[in-house]
Design a protein around this ligand. Structure first.
Ligand SMILES: *Cc1c(COP(=O)(O)O)cnc(C)c1O
Length: 553
């Protein structure tokens, strides 16, 4: 059996006809840049992530470059300022910082999770620190309450590299670190969700639809809900971000919608589904009733509302209990749609999401030669746009992202349940985490034969390493699996601070004139190996991988 590390052919084939149809539509339209497809994808992706603004751009590296550059143009940062960043990441995260003359300050990961070790951040903060850039590496959320607290305490921007984690959630474990945050930053988490002026058309469309609802049903519902009738305080026609909800109990985050007949038309249906998903991502619970349901059996409707509400925790005063998509946690996020990513284009593509309108405008201009008006150049920008074909393809694939993630999680669950080779360490699973498994990293207990032989310790766990005369055990596993026709990849064999391009960079110099030493990061570079994981693996393939991995000695 053959198990490729990732078959992009198979990934595309899952929705091949729809993708070809989307590409064909653009080809036939005669409009290839900055058109309807970009607009639609940006809107849908923003709604999915839970950010008010999304700007498509050429690739994920550019997305990060534009975020930092925009902060410099806006006077928030200056070249020479410091940005805290995980030492264990793909080099693009670091390049986005150094490209702008900012100074990356690498922080070691926790070996158990492979994500930035938040207990080491505070000691690295100086007067020049302007931001923390977290990376949700391998598809796992890197955000923590502690990081939120530090951003607040030192007034730091929080930037997310979400290249590997589209669809991942963060679930804050406590409300206390979230309190007191202004609306200006982290608005999606800490602030109120207020109306978004850029989405006015949608609001208007919905308002028109609202008026078509028989006011009778709405009036009846309101008469049942108002005045604390159910022991709950409801409001009607309440605006959340870019939506108007019919009724809401803010204490519970409970939204109640009445569907008139117009909800059956397919465009409206799609809009409703997206809206429901978006509200869910923001932590709201939505209940929908048809007008007929309410008119025929109001008692059943009210009973249902009561039961659901009584089972909901308090929603007030913070984000406790809410699930927040990575990419909407911080002030801005860079996303990559490189073909191999969970949401991948058929070429290069990327995006920035943010809740900051000024930053959004600057990023949009910078990625378009620095222009906000045709032939007028505010910044010396570059051409870094998302093209219409890729936007159309991404819009198709976005619809299936959650399904794909579920499949990845099933593969991962099987690996966790069945990989039992003592030479292999699996990253720790955390309660409540929503890992989207862009990659499935394992750690191969790495030691070199010479060291093992000379140690001659009977309690040494990894004596089977003696079989391998040269190289590390990790590389031996890679070769062994390759022989079995299983593709694996190392993420990443050389840590950024050890790369030639940063040989002279001040961020990566050690105290003694040599390179900076980051032992955990270096250990991961020697021990990490990624097993195949994708939404289109068959059960036989998954089992075959486990069998081979467990047989390795
Ligand atoms: C892929 C990736 C990027 C860069 O994205 P590109 O679209 O390839 O430029 C940035 N950061 C991380 C963590 C990545 O995995």
């Amino acid at each position: 059996m053959t198990v490729p590390f990732l078959s992009l052919h198979d990934v595309t084939a899952m929705h091949g006809e729809e993708i070809r149809e989307a590409a064909r539509r653009v080809i036939d339209s005669g409009w290839y840049l900055q058109g309807k497809e970009n607009e639609a994808f940006e809107q849908h992706y923003a709604a999915y992530i839970g950010s008010p603004y999304c700007i498509g751009c050429a690739n994920g590296l550019d997305a990060l470059i534009w975020i930092f550059r925009a902060y410099i143009e806006l006077g928030v940062m200056q070249p020479g300022d410091e940005v805290i960043v995980p030492a264990n990441t793909y080099i693009a995260t670091i390049l986005g910082i150094t490209e702008n003359g900012l100074k990356p300050v690498p922080i070691e990961p926790r070996r158990e999770t492979l994500e930035i070790d938040d207990s080491l951040i505070e000691a690295a903060i100086t007067e020049r620190t302007k931001a923390i850039c977290i990376v949700h590496l391998y598809g796992r959320n890197a955000m923590t309450d502690k990081i939120a607290e530090l951003c607040k305490k030192y007034n730091l921007k929080l930037i997310e590299d979400n290249a590997q984690a589209h669809g991942c959630y963060w679930k804050p474990t406590s409300d206390s670190s979230l309190k007191g945050r202004g609306n200006d930053c982290f608005a999606s988490v800490w602030g109120t969700h207020t109306a978004d002026s850029t989405q006015y058309d949608l609001l208007k469309q919905n308002a028109i639809a609202n008026r078509k609802t028989p006011p009778e049903a709405e009036e009846i519902m309101w008469s049942l809900l108002k005045g604390n009738n159910l022991g709950l305080h409801f409001r009607r026609q309440h605006i959340i971000l870019d939506y108007i909800v019919d009724f809401i109990c803010l204490d519970k985050g409970l939204v109640i919608e009445l569907d008139g007949g117009y909800h059956n038309d397919s465009q409206q249906k799609e809009y409703d589904e997206q809206r429901t998903a978006h509200l869910q991502h923001l932590g709201y619970t939505e209940l929908r009733f048809t007008n007929e349901e309410l008119l025929c059996s109001p008692d059943a409707v009210i009973a249902k509302i009561k039961v659901v509400a009584s089972n909901l925790p308090s929603f007030k005063g913070g984000a406790g209990g809410r699930l927040i998509h990575t990419g909407s946690i911080g002030d801005a996020a860079g996303h990559s749609f490189y073909p191999g990513k969970n949401l991948g284009a058929l070429g290069d593509a990327g995006a920035v999401t943010t809740n900051d309108p000024e930053l959004a405008a600057a990023v949009r201009a910078l990625a378009n030669y620095g222009s906000q008006r045709k032939y007028v150049f505010k910044y010396a920008g570059r051409n870094s746009r998302l093209d219409e074909i890729q936007a159309a393809i991404l819009d198709v694939k976005l619809k299936y992202l959650d399904e794909d993630i579920k499949r990845r999680q099933e593969v991962a669950a099987y690996y966790y349940a069945h990989i039992s080779n003592p030479l292999i360490e699996l990253p720790e699973q955390l309660p409540d985490e929503n890992n989207v498994y862009h990659l499935f990293p394992i750690l191969v207990k790495n030691s070199f034969p010479s060291r093992v032989k000379s140690s001659a310790r009977s309690d040494f766990q990894w004596t089977s390493v003696e079989h391998h005369e040269v190289g590390s055990l990790r590389d031996a596993l890679h070769d062994y699996l390759a022989e079995k026709e299983i593709g694996t990849v190392i993420h990443y064999p050389i840590a950024p601070h050890k790369q030639e391009c940063y040989a002279k960079h001040p961020s990566f110099q050690g105290g003694d004139g040599g390179r900076l030493s980051l032992p955990v990061t270096e250990f991961l570079a020697d021990a990490e190996l990624s097993l195949p994981i994708s939404p289109c693996m068959t059960q036989e393939q998954i089992e075959y991988v486990v069998t081979c991995v467990n047989r390795f000695k």
